[in-house]
Write a protein that binds this ligand. Structure first.
Ligand SMILES: Cc1cc2nc3c(=O)[nH]c(=O)nc-3n(C[C@H](O)[C@H](O)[C@H](O)COP(=O)(O)OP(=O)(O)OC[C@H]3O[C@@H](n4cnc5c(N)ncnc54)[C@H](O)[C@@H]3O)c2cc1C
Length: 294
């Protein structure tokens, strides 16, 4: 199928892109890598009057360390770079592991970090990984900049806190401190398919090998990434042993509210979510230096 007709513009700066967006904020879509938007247009699930293409906008494709030590990804950074950039592999290996599960090389080469976050597919890997890292989205609009924590950014399936007329310009992530480990585990129909369920885990151990911080985010088990807020309370000061991590997984499986669809039942997804949570925390503890079986 072919997309419906639309006006097309290719601005060179963020300011110019924002100006174009203000002309019809409710009726203009932003084009990033096009890997989700173009199929949506071709299937006529959306019929915007205009597209503003970000591919020629300068300054949106950098990966840099901020003065505060966070790593800032411009929204047009291609997903593929999460696998290839030494800074990301060394300081945020969770993103590298998550990116490895996104679609296929050709799609990751074109698809962007910002596009995946703005599209907010409940089964997508990057929203879960960014939620596990407690990331902050930087959104720019006609009234200036807003910083939105991941927990407030994802509002529902394919819905975020970005308002019409605003652009996601970057996401900032704080690398976990030394002594941390992370893991991204997924069950999908085939490698590269969207997750039936996935778990992103980050865990920090103290000098005695006990957990002093743990965070998990799951994809595929609800409208937005699921982050158990009680995890630190239950795990802090404990050794990351199999019994503890299984208990955590069981509680997660009880709490998540996935959907049934043609690919899997909600019951199956709940069970997988629990098992993946335990295993991702065990793998994160292992990469932080502790061998655990869960
Ligand atoms: C066959 C296939 C398999 C796939 N499998 C997976 C998978 O397993 N896991 C996965 O996570 N994804 C998968 N994807 C989707 C892929 O990751 C997309 O790249 C991603 O979802 C969207 O990124 P994009 O840069 O292509 O954005 P686009 O398609 O250009 O845009 C997506 C949406 O985000 C909006 N948008 C984009 N950038 C911005 C911005 N800076 N500010 C505001 N709004 C913005 C657009 O207006 C649009 O509504 C798959 C895609 C295909 C075609």
């Amino acid at each position: 199928m072919k997309p419906p007709p639309f006006d097309y513009s290719a601005p060179r700066s963020v300011a110019e892109a924002l100006e174009l967006l203000q002309q019809a904020p409710d009726d203009t879509s932003v084009l990033a890598g096009g890997q989700s938007l173009v199929p949506v247009l071709n299937m006529r699930l959306a019929q915007p009057r205009a597209l503003v293409d970000l591919n020629r906008v300068e300054g949106l494709d950098g990966i840099e360390t901020t003065p505060e030590g966070r790593i800032r990804f411009g929204s047009m950074v291609r997903q593929r770079r999460l696998e290839s950039e030494p800074l990301v592999r060394d300081r945020l290996p969770l993103l590298t592991d998550a990116a490895d599960h996104i679609a296929h090389l050709a799609i990751r080469t074109r698809g962007t970090v910002g596009g995946s976050l703005a599209h907010a597919d409940p089964s997508a890997e990057l929203p879960a990984a960014v939620s596990a890292l407690d990331g902050r989205m930087l959104v720019r609009g006609p009234d200036g900049d807003r910083t939105i924590p991941a927990g407030d950014f994802f509002l529902g399936p394919l819905t975020t806190a970005i308002e019409p007329g605003e652009l996601l310009v970057a996401v900032e992530l704080e690398p976990p401190p030394p002594g941390s480990g992370s893991a991204f585990l997924e069950v999908a129909r085939t490698h590269g398919a969207f997750a039936l369920a996935a778990a992103a885990a980050v865990l920090h151990l103290d000098h005695g090998g006990r957990i002093d911080h743990a965070r998990v985010a799951l994809a595929g088990v609800g409208g937005v990434p699921y982050v158990p807020a009680w995890l630190d309370e239950v795990t802090a000061g404990e050794a990351p042993d199999g019994a503890l991590l299984r208990r955590v997984g069981e509680r997660v499986a009880d709490e998540v509210e996935p959907f049934d669809d043609v690919h899997a039942t909600a019951k199956y997804r709940k069970r997988v979510a629990g098992v993946l949570t335990s295993r991702a925390l065990a793998a994160a503890a292992y990469s932080a230096g502790e061998r655990v079986a869960a």
